[in-house]
Ligand binder design. Sequence first.
Ligand code: SAM
Length: 286
Amino acid sequence: MMQDDNWFSERYYYKSVINGYKVKKVLHEEKSQWQEIAVYETQAVGKLLTLDGKTMVSDLDEFVYHETMAHISSMTHPDPKKVLIIGGGDGGLVREFVKYPSLEEIQLVEIDERVIEVSKEFFPNCTSGLSDSRVKIVPTDGIKYIGEFENYFDIIIIDSTDPEEFAEGLFTKEFYSTVNKALTKDGIMMAQTENPFFDEYNIGDIYKNLKASFKNVQAVHAPMSIYPGVYWTFAFCSKGINGIALNSERIPFMSDLQKSLEWYNMDWHKAAFVLPNFTKRKLGLE
Ligand code: SAM
């Protein structure tokens, strides 16, 4: 919630660092069954969605995050048909996945329906894909839901809040092994895995949990201007598929699609997997 007239500020890294955004208008504030939800019109990043006082989505840079996870996974899987997104209530990932006519099913498992409803009202650009007939919205806890599936999904994306409270279980070895079980043999999982500099959530342990559950664990980095420390990581996990091996049959499709994308292109895709020493060491991916 607003801590100061005309400013929204987020304290992070054990509340020892602060980001501030000059607010032109408070567009929405509520407390759902799960969290505080707010939307601000800001001077610097356009509309800004926050949950429990943490930045989630902004007009300025939401496409970086959503295009990174949707297109890296879709461009490496040999023939994706079924996608599961856990979290992602802002709809941005669904908007990107529905651009693939070959997909048959996109399940959005978001614990807090109010995030979807608020996003529909204030971020129609993000939620534009939710009306696609292939999309199934499941308002429940993804940790419990995923246990119902085995050898079913081709791509699973964990688009969650930080590893706290009802999202904490989305970063455990147990959860990642249920993800592995729910994936098909060529299955791919991607997840947002925080910032290795302001490492409040012990990114090394997150990657230890991933490596205990998947044969192949890689990471991608990209800048998220509104997230703590900007420098963001995303895990790419599979039973063998290499994240930089583009599906050659899909290259003509992406050569055209990427002209309309704001972030992703196939050259950047490969470059995004090239990590500096610091990040490799922090993630245990040397
Ligand atoms: N892009 C944002 C980021 O990286 O911080 C997150 C996008 S989205 C708004 C995060 C969503 O995860 C929230 O709407 C939250 O309700 C949802 N979420 C957290 N834990 C969940 C769980 N266990 N099952 C389903 N959804 C969950």
